[in-house]
Ligand binder design. Structure first.
Ligand code: NAG
Ligand code: NAG
Length: 325
């Protein structure tokens, strides 16, 4: 009974998250990009209306402007919009909030082995964005869905996509010598290599969305989308974040999509089965965020914790969904 795809629930959700000690990453919908780009006061009024009322009680540590705007006709507006949003944050003394955008994996061409990866777009198109991130010390947010890649590529073994470490389940990169034991690490490094080729080797990567569905919508994905596999995937992800994976590129933070099933979300049936919790907030499968003492609670919150300098906030998936609505 949770319909979170409505802008009014943004207010309710941020209000209810207030004081819970949860640090938020917020996603701003694509529709704001042209306004921010053409009008600096639109960015300023967004900050005043949507961020200032909740600060400092609800810490917000990053903003992602747009969901893959570079793949749409909004691409020319992205940079001016980012600069105006950054200026609005400077104006309100909120420069500790990092401004970024989120890219999907479809921007990467020839991702395997990761050392061969590069951006589809020309360097002159991608460089201004990377320069902006580098200038402001912001990470690049990426959506990584090994599930989709696995469905599209029959040569990828299921165990490799699911973090199931099996003796002969690895892919080596002949250039770097890295032996990848899971698809997630290979996808992260593909983004890292593409950024190096575009001239930036110090921009951190943050994973805005990753996860595995528990129920499929069509006959193809029926078997793979299951409670068991979602459990394998998300447990493997937590382990990989704790152990830093066997990848070259550091992942600053990762957000699991999603905290709970959205049974009233429009669109294909499968999008409503990515949750860790049922809509009634009972757990669908066991996931121990605090295993082996590597995670610790931040400020007593239930689902905000840091893992050796890494912040992994599941609750944020909720906020992301809300703002995307
Ligand atoms: C710029 O944005 C402000 C705040 O949203 C709005 O009041 C104003 O009308 C906008 N100006 C233009 C030229 O669109
Ligand atoms: C929550 O929902 C799930 C799935 O619909 C159901 O199996 C479970 O029994 C429910 N739990 C409670 C406590 O209502």
């Amino acid at each position: 009974m949770l319909a979170l795809s409505h802008s009014q629930t943004l207010f309710l959700s941020l209000t209810s998250l207030c004081c819970a000690g949860i640090s938020l990453h917020l996603a701003i919908p694509n529709s704001f990009i042209p306004h921010f780009a053409s009008n600096r006061s639109a960015a300023l009024s967004f900050v005043s209306a949507h961020l200032l009322p909740f600060l400092p009680r609800t810490p917000i540590h990053s903003l992602s402007l747009g969901a893959d705007p570079l793949s749409s006709d909004l691409a020319p507006f992205l940079l001016p919009a980012l600069y105006n949003l950054q200026a609005a944050l400077s104006h309100t003394s909120l420069t500790h909030i990092k401004v970024s955008t989120t890219l999907s994996f479809s921007h990467i061409s020839s991702p395997f082995p990761p050392s061969s990866a590069k951006f589809h777009k020309s360097i002159s198109e991608i460089q201004p964005l990377l320069d902006f991130l580098s200038l402001n010390g912001a990470p690049l947010f990426v959506n990584l869905y090994p599930f989709s890649l696995y469905l599209d590529d029959p040569t990828i073994p299921l165990g490799f996509a699911l973090f199931r470490e099996e003796p002969f389940s690895y892919r080596s990169d002949p250039i770097t010598g890295i032996r990848y034991r899971n698809l997630f690490d290979a996808m992260v490094d593909a983004f890292g290599c593409a950024m190096v080729k575009a001239g930036q080797d110090s921009i951190p990567i943050a994973v805005a969305e990753t996860g595995w569905p528990t129920q499929g919508a069509n006959s193809d994905a029926k078997a793979e989308a299951s409670l068991r596999n979602a459990g394998f995937y998300n447990k493997g992800l937590l382990r990989s974040m704790r152990e830093k994976g066997r990848r070259k590129v550091k992942v600053e933070e990762a957000y699991i999509f999603s905290l709970f099933d959205e049974n009233m979300r429009p669109g294909p049936e499968m999008v409503s089965h990515w949750g860790w919790l049922y809509p009634n907030m009972t757990m669908k499968y066991d996931l121990d965020f605090f295993a082996s003492g590597a995670c610790r609670l931040r400020r007593g919150a239930f689902w905000s914790f840091s893992i050796v300098g890494l912040l992994l906030v599941v609750a944020v998936a909720v906020a992301v969904v809300v703002l995307n609505g």
